[in-house]
Design a binder for this molecule. Sequence first.
Ligand code: FMN
Length: 134
Amino acid sequence: MVEVRYFSRSGNTKAIADVIASAAGVKAESADAAGVSDADILFVGGALYAGGIAGKLKKFIKTLSPEKVGCVAVFSTTANPNGAYEKIKKALDKQGLRVLEHEFHCTGGEAKSEGAAVRAEAFAKEILEENRSL
Ligand SMILES: Cc1cc2nc3c(=O)[nH]c(=O)nc-3n(C[C@H](O)[C@H](O)[C@H](O)COP(=O)(O)O)c2cc1C
């Protein structure tokens, strides 16, 4: 089972979450609205605000455990071209989760573009293919 959760203030990360969810045949849900019941592959998306990830995303991540989540694929949108992977991964690591190295990032300005959608769809398909046995 695949699930997609994101936190998005202005819709950039949501735009990417929707593309990933569509590629996976599921619906993306906001992390502050929906928990995770059971996921073989969980896509988690976020952005940086004043150098850190949102408190609501951190709170959501604290609800996760390896018993409920097989592995996590991170996607992010930020102004910083390096993305938010390291900060999101740090929070996921604290929960003892298996975090994939393969991640997706685009800048906030790119997030709603056709180019980012094409890349995000390819990312989702690669993650699903690479972790199909889960
Ligand atoms: C108040 C605020 C603070 C931000 N701080 C950072 C930051 O510290 N580093 C960064 O790379 N981007 C920063 N950004 C840019 C956002 O990470 C970027 O616009 C992102 O795509 C927003 O995603 P969202 O629309 O899903 O909320 C900031 C944006 C806002 C509105």
